[in-house]
Design a protein around this ligand. Structure first.
Ligand SMILES: [Zn+2]
Length: 378
């Protein structure tokens, strides 16, 4: 697997940056449809391949969820460098890619479009030009397979294990009564099972199944209902270093295309069990956890989340919770039991707000023990 050198997976990826890298790699692709976002940024659908199996991938419908757009760059780069493999793939599939469906959100580092609409809740009404563009493309293409690419929050662990879910996968439900599984959802389940059945135990330790709730307004659920086998991919893991999740997502897409191209390697009867063997993701992780902090007469754990500040390319600490936090693991943990006590007045934090000033003792401990984290802070 060739990765794109010199482009680390930062939280923010704008359309300008994406196309600066993608333009030369998209030479062999045709532009089949073009539209505009609320603020006039381009929406584009590219196509390559002559095969009869039509596959559609769209990325960054939530503007601040960039991992899969990096994965698209990885794939384009991979095919450029492996022309015979690309030739085989594109003789069997016709691949359609809509990169960065929400370019305004990508620019402002927001989940929403410029009108504040969540495009992934706009499937039925298509008020936003971005949702309308996607739906128009789907109607025109009539894909057999659709890949709905997102980033999940860093709080998700594989089950209760405390292992980061670097990728979570889901064949979305098509109705609240999803126990009556219908054919195309079964295909999506089989395809996920087919891919993960070949993964190593180490990769599987970081792979989860996304929550199975039914969101009738979401694109994936709507497409599944329309009869398109749809797969939700949520890249996750550490927010500062997203490379692991990005590469796992790149590999997932490549292997999923391989399974689609070589259906003989896919044992439909058994691959479902691999899907159901994936543990569901659970809210069991925080970015930073300080254990056994002495505050006045108390001994407490504190958890913080990291909030990306695009114009500074750095992170702020946001107060998440305090108490005896045995149910949470931290990407960065620090046992403060040997540090001196801080006064109550030094930790007057409000839940969900940015920490203006950390107690000096805590600041020094982070700086001395977790350099990567310290260097990432604004
Ligand atoms: Zn999302």
């Amino acid at each position: 697997m060739t990765t794109l050198h010199g482009l680390p997976t930062k939280p923010q990826l704008t359309a300008d940056t994406f196309y600066r890298y993608a333009d030369s790699l998209l030479k062999g692709w045709s532009l089949v449809d073009e539209g505009h976002s609320v603020l006039g940024r381009p929406l584009r659908c590219y196509h390559r391949g002559t095969g009869g199996i039509k596959v559609l991938i769209w990325t960054q419908m939530h503007g601040n969820e960039s991992s899969a757009s990096y994965s698209i760059l990885d794939l384009l780069h991979h095919w450029e460098n492996n022309p015979s493999e690309a030739g085989n793939t594109f003789r069997t599939v016709s691949l359609y890619i809509i990169p960065i469906l929400n370019p305004d959100g990508a620019e402002s580092f927001s989940r929403y479009n410029a009108l504040g609409i969540d495009i992934n809740r706009d499937a039925r009404t298509a008020v936003s030009p971005e949702a309308k563009f996607l739906l128009d493309c789907v109607k025109k293409i009539e894909p057999h397979w659709a890949f709905n690419m997102h980033d999940q929050r860093s709080i998700f662990s594989v089950g209760e294990s405390g292992m980061p879910a670097t990728i979570s996968l889901l064949a979305p439900a098509f109705s609240p009564d999803y126990f009556g599984i219908i054919h195309h959802r079964e295909r999506a389940i089989s395809l996920i099972g087919c891919v993960v059945s070949k993964w190593t135990p180490n990769a599987l330790r970081e792979t989860a199944r996304f929550s199975d709730a039914f969101y009738p307004l979401a694109m994936g659920d709507y497409f599944q209902e329309m009869g398109i086998a749809t797969i939700l991919v949520e890249t996750g893991g550490c927010v500062i270093n997203r490379d692991t999740g990005r590469l796992r997502t790149t590999n997932f897409l490549l292997q999923a295309l391989h399974c689609i191209c070589h259906p003989n390697t896919r044992d439909l009867a058994h691959s479902g069990k691999y899907y159901y063997a994936l543990q569901e993701n659970k809210d069991a992780l925080r970015d930073v956890k300080l254990l056994n902090c002495k505050v006045g007469n108390f001994v407490l754990d504190f958890a913080f989340q990291l909030q990306f500040v695009p114009n500074k390319d750095a992170f702020l600490l946001v107060f998440d919770s305090a108490g005896k936090l045995n149910h949470l693991k931290g990407y960065w943990e620090l046992d403060m039991k040997n540090e001196t006590s801080v006064s109550l007045s030094e930790i007057q934090f409000q839940i969900g707000t940015v920490i203006e000033k950390l107690p000096l003792v805590w600041k020094n401990a982070i700086q001395n023990n977790h350099t990567e984290l310290w260097n990432s802070l604004a």
